[in-house]
Design a protein around this ligand. Sequence first.
Ligand code: FAD
Length: 471
Amino acid sequence: MAQAKPVHIVWHRAELRTHDHPALYHALELARKNGGIVVPVVIIDEAIFSRPDLTPRRQAHFLENVRALREKYRSLGANLVVRRGDVVKELEKLVRELGHVEAVHAVSTYTPYAKERDEKARKMLETHKVEFHAHGGQYTHEPGEVLTNEGKRYGVFGAYRKKWATLDKPDLVGAPEKMAPLPGKIKLGDIPRVEPGIALPEAGEDAALGRLEWFLKNGEKTYEKTRDEPGREDSTSRLSYYFNIGVLSPRLAFHHANTEKWRAELTWWDFYADVLDRAPESATQEFRPNWLGFPWRDGKDKASKADLERWKNAETGYPLVDAGMRELNQTGFMQNRVRMVCASFLCKHLLIDWRIGEEIFRGLLLCGDRNQNVGNWQWVAGCGVDPSPYFRIFNPTSQGKKFDPKGDYVRRWIPELKDVDKKIIYEPWKMRDKPKGYDFEPVIGLEEGRDRFAETARKFLKEKKETEKDE
Ligand SMILES: Cc1cc2nc3c(=O)[nH]c(=O)nc-3n(C[C@H](O)[C@H](O)[C@H](O)COP(=O)(O)OP(=O)(O)OC[C@H]3O[C@@H](n4cnc5c(N)ncnc54)[C@H](O)[C@@H]3O)c2cc1C
């Protein structure tokens, strides 16, 4: 099917929106100038969809947002082409099918896999004399943009954030109000349905923009005070599962943010992408070389496997950890303070490899994102780019008492504890009668776990230092 007008393909990957989408914006500009036509496409990437962390809930979240994007394009007069398979091969087929394709426009992502995929696509397109235009848009400052005065990447978040704040911010680009229809005979392709097993948040950029508006009006002012309170469901924006597949533009959120605190939190999104871009090996190994070879328990021998299972199944006997894991299992979300406590409990109290927890979180969180998840897990474990010190070991009981003193969060997720007095809700072992359905003995004593980790880390890091001196 030869198409007389020049075609600009907009290849959506992890930015399922039409607002503030530089690739779409520039494709429309070029098409307007040369009388061309814009064809948006999503290719469901079999290589990504077959990964174990792409659990049914994450597949369904992605696909429902693809469906919403198609509806959005329809409402503008256009449509969305959907294909599935090997992305480079599918893109090539589409180029052939459409004929007369001038350029493919996409928003860059920076994981090692994404960089390799784009390089392959670029080479394939070259053979067809089709240009590949990569645009920014998924970050306010793209990886590699925020540099020290000596032109180096930052190793500390505070300094990165300071420099980040001084840089001119990119202009936002407008959303189209109307688009030309797609070439008549192009096959649109079906969007599969996957049973998520949990209730998903409303899909689509209108829902995400609505949530942002709600948060800016009702949540942002009190955010600094309430963000650590898991008992309040709206203490944070709950936008992460829109950011990670780009249903909402992080640049737009930053642009409208009014408080320093929320802006600072949004900066982490850029920082951890920058870290993985510069040190791709840190996706699977400790960022700090002095932590390489740390004797984590591997979750495979009988004892560590049993501990891991209890953590995963919310049966540790520590109510804040178990409430967090139940929330994660049942909803695909967990509040940040509780994430820190649950992650710390696994890799510090239980001494289990942070990589195991990272993979489990990435599969269960709807916002599961390699940059952010790896960065945060390594922060908690103590081996990351700008980590929490190894001797900072969150105590789930005192964290609960401090941040959820009435036990509202725990009661919501562990209704078996709903009638327990707030004075002992974090110490169920003090109850005379064990609550039915929640009668777990603590998986490990708090002091025992804390001391085992602190001693292991102290000894390991000391030996490493001595070996380094000897070398
Ligand atoms: C062990 C662990 C694992 C995590 N895994 C992920 C993950 O896979 N994906 C993910 O997006 N976030 C992750 N986070 C970061 C953070 O917990 C979530 O971004 C946040 O809880 C999402 O809720 P919110 O949208 O209401 O955030 P808000 O508090 O409203 O913050 C707004 C946005 O800022 C960003 N942000 C805030 N805090 C952080 C942070 N510590 N690190 C990175 N970005 C941050 C997020 O994009 C977030 O949506 C993890 C944190 C921990 C401790």
